[in-house]
Design a binder for this molecule. Structure first.
Ligand code: SF4
Length: 510
C-alpha cells in the first residue's frame, strides 16, 4: 500500500478543492458539461470514458454539495478508480467525513457512505472503515464491508487490537476472514465451462498486444487496446516449437550455484521476457544468505529513515533473520521425480565473449545500457570501458543521457530511439519497433554495448577483447554488489532498530 502522510494528503485535497488548481463553485457547476463532452468524444472512438482523476473527483464532490442529481452519485460510485490513487484518496476522504458525520449530504447517508467505502477494495478506505467499527450507528455496515475486503495489509493488526479490546464487530470481521467468507460467499463455479481457444503458431508477446510505440497510452487501457496487433507478430526464442511455448524454465548448474542473487535476477528477468511462464533458478545457500543479510540491514535502515509501513518492514526483516538462524534453512528444489519437456545443456566452456554472427562493423546509431538486465556490476564495467573513474560522471562526460529508473527504452514507455536507428541494447527483446519506429536492435551485454558506443559500430571479437582488458584486471572490484551490511552508514542506522518480541512472534508464523 502506498504511504502518503496525513499532511500531504490534507495538502493535496486542499489544493484540489481550494488551491491554485482548485475549483470555484462556478467551475464546479460546469463539471457535468465537460464530462459529457469527454464521454461523447470517447464514444466516437468506440471506447469508454476515462475514470475520474483527483481534480475531477474533487469537482464532482463540490457539485454534489449543491445538487441532488443522482447522476453525480452514480459517477462517484462507479467512475472513481478504487485502490490507492489520488482520486481514490479524494473520494475516501469525503466518504470518511460523511461516515463520521463531520460532513452531511442528502444524497449520501452515513450508512451509504460506509457502504461506498466498502466498495473501494483497499487503501484509503480501510482506516475509516475500521474507525466505523466503533460507531454503533454504522458498525454493522462497516463490519459487513470489512468481511469482504482483504487488501488490508497491516491494518489487520488494527482490527485485531479492537477485537482484543472487546469490540464485537472487529471479532466478527476476524472470524469471517479466518473462515474465508469473502471467498466462500462467491457464487459456485459452474460444473462445466465452455471456452473457445484460439491457437496461433509461434509466440504471442507483450509487443503484439501492447506495441511499444503506443507506450504513451498504456495508462489508458481502452485507448491502448486499439493498438493491439497493429504490427506483424515476431518470432521468439521458443518459436522452434510449432505451437509456441509458455513453459516454466528451471535453471541449474555448478556455476549458477555460486552466482550472486543480483546476477541470478538477470537470468530470471530474461526468461520472463522470452515468454516463459515462470523461472526457477537454483542458487547456493551462501548466495541467499549473503543477499538476505544485506536486505535485513536495508529494511531496518528503511525503518530508521521513516519508510512505511514499519511493522511490515520489520516483520520481513525478522522473517529473513529466522531463515538465516534456522539450523538447516530450507531452499526450494526440484522434485527428484520431476520430468521435463526439454533439457538444454549449455557447455559454458564453449561460450566465447564478444559479438557473434556476421554483423561486426555494422554502424551503430544509439546504444542503450539499462533495463532489469543491467545490474550495478555491468554499469561499473561499462564505465570502466568508457573511462576510468566514477561511472555516473563518466556517462555524463561521454554524452550519455541518464534516464529515471524504470523499464525505459526496454519497454519504450519512458524513452524512444530515433526512427529507423540501429541500436545496441542490453535489454531483452530485439523486435522491430520495440525501441523506436523501424529501429533495428542488436542485443548485447553492457560491456559489449560500451565498446559499440566507443567505436560507433559493432566491434570485431578482437576489438572487444582488447577493450575488455580495461575491466579484466579490476573485475573483483567491478563486479561487486550492494551489500548494505558492509556499508557503515546503513548498518549503523540499522543497528538502532530493535525488532519487538510481538513482531518477531508474528514473523515466526509466516
Ligand atoms: S526492463 Fe525490460 S525486460 Fe525488464 S521488466 Fe522492464 S520491459 Fe521487461
Amino acid at each position: 500500500m502506498r504511504t502518503v502522510s496525513r499532511s500531504l494528503r490534507a495538502r493535496t485535497l486542499r489544493s484540489l478543492t481550494r488551491g491554485p488548481l482548485g475549483l470555484s463553485r462556478r467551475a464546479a457547476s460546469s463539471f457535468m458539461t465537460s464530462y459529457e463532452a469527454h464521454k461523447a468524444e470517447r464514444a466516437a472512438q468506440g471506447i469508454v470514458p476515462l475514470p475520474l482523476d483527483a481534480t475531477q473527483t474533487a469537482s464532482l464532490i463540490e457539485e454534489m454539495k449543491t445538487s441532488q442529481d443522482p447522476k453525480l452519485l452514480a459517477l462517484l460510485e462507479h467512475r472513481v478508480p478504487p485502490g490507492v490513487d489520488e482520486a481514490a484518496y479524494v473520494k475516501a476522504d469525503y466518504l470518511a467525513a460523511l461516515a463520521k458525520g463531520t460532513e452531511t449530504n442528502d444524497l449520501i447517508s452515513k450508512k451509504k457512505a460506509v457502504e461506498l467505502l466498502g466498495t473501494m477494495q483497499g487503501g484509503y478506505n480501510i482506516a475509516p472503515l475500521i474507525d466505523a467499527l466503533e460507531d454503533a450507528e454504522v458498525a454493522e455496515t462497516a463490519c459487513t464491508a470489512l468481511k469482504h475486503t482483504i487488501l488490508v495489509f497491516d491494518a489487520f493488526h488494527d482490527v485485531k487490537a479492537k477485537m482484543d479490546a472487546g469490540n464485537e464487530y472487529a471479532k466478527k470481521v476476524i472470524e469471517s476472514w479466518a473462515a474465508a467468507e469473502w471467498f466462500t460467499s462467491k457464487p459456485e463455479v459452474k460444473e462445466k465451462l465452455t471456452f473457445t481457444v484460439f491457437k496461433v503458431a509461434g509466440e504471442t508477446n507483450t509487443d503484439d498486444l501492447s506495441p511499444a510505440p503506443d507506450a504513451w497510452s498504456r495508462p489508458d487501457i481502452p485507448l491502448h487496446a486499439l493498438a493491439m496487433l497493429k504490427f506483424d507478430r515476431a518470432d521468439g526464442f521458443f518459436t522452434g516449437q510449432q505451437d509456441g511455448c509458455k513453459d516454466v524454465l528451471e535453471i541449474e548448474g555448478e556455476i549458477i550455484d555460486g552466482l550472486k542473487c543480483e546476477q541470478v535476477f538477470e537470468l530470471s528477468d530474461a526468461s520472463a521476457e522470452r515468454s516463459a511462464a515462470g523461472c526457477a533458478v537454483k542458487v547456493g545457500e551462501e548466495s541467499i544468505s549473503e543477499y538476505l543479510t544485506s536486505n535485513i540491514t536495508m529494511l531496518k535502515w528503511m525503518v530508521s529513515e521513516g519508510y512505511g509501513d514499519p511493522r511490515t518492514l520489520q516483520r520481513r526483516a525478522a522473517s529473513m533473520q529466522n531463515w538465516l538462524d534456522a539450523p538447516s534453512p530450507k531452499l526450494m528444489a526440484a522434485d527428484a521425480s520431476a520430468t521435463y519437456h526439454t533439457t538444454i545443456e549449455i557447455p559454458l566452456e564453449e561460450i566465447t565473449e564478444g559479438p557473434h554472427g556476421d554483423g561486426t562493423n555494422t554502424p551503430i546509431d544509439e546504444v542503450f545500457i539499462g533495463s532489469c538486465m543491467t545490474n550495478i556490476g555491468h554499469f561499473r564495467a561499462a564505465g570502466k570501458m568508457l573511462d576510468e573513474e566514477g561511472f555516473f560522471a563518466i556517462y555524463g562526460k561521454v554524452g550519455a543521457r541518464t534516464e529515471m529508473p524504470g523499464c525505459s527504452l526496454c519497454m519504450g514507455n519512458q524513452a524512444r530511439v530515433a526512427d529507423k536507428a540501429t541500436v545496441v541494447s542490453t535489454s531483452t527483446r530485439n523486435f522491430p519497433n520495440r525501441l523506436g519506429k523501424g529501429a533495428n536492435v542488436y542485443l548485447a551485454s553492457a560491456e559489449l554495448a560500451a565498446v559499440a558506443a566507443i567505436k560507433g559500430r559493432l566491434p570485431t571479437p578482437a576489438e572487444y577483447l582488447e577493450e575488455w582488458k580495461k575491466v579484466d584486471s579490476k573485475s573483483a572490484d567491478v563486479y561487486k554488489y550492494l551489500n548494505f551490511d558492509t556499508l557503515d552508514s546503513y548498518q549503523s542506522s540499522a543497528d538502532k532498530i530493535e525488532i519487538s518480541e510481538e513482531i518477531q512472534a508474528a514473523a515466526a508464523k509466516l
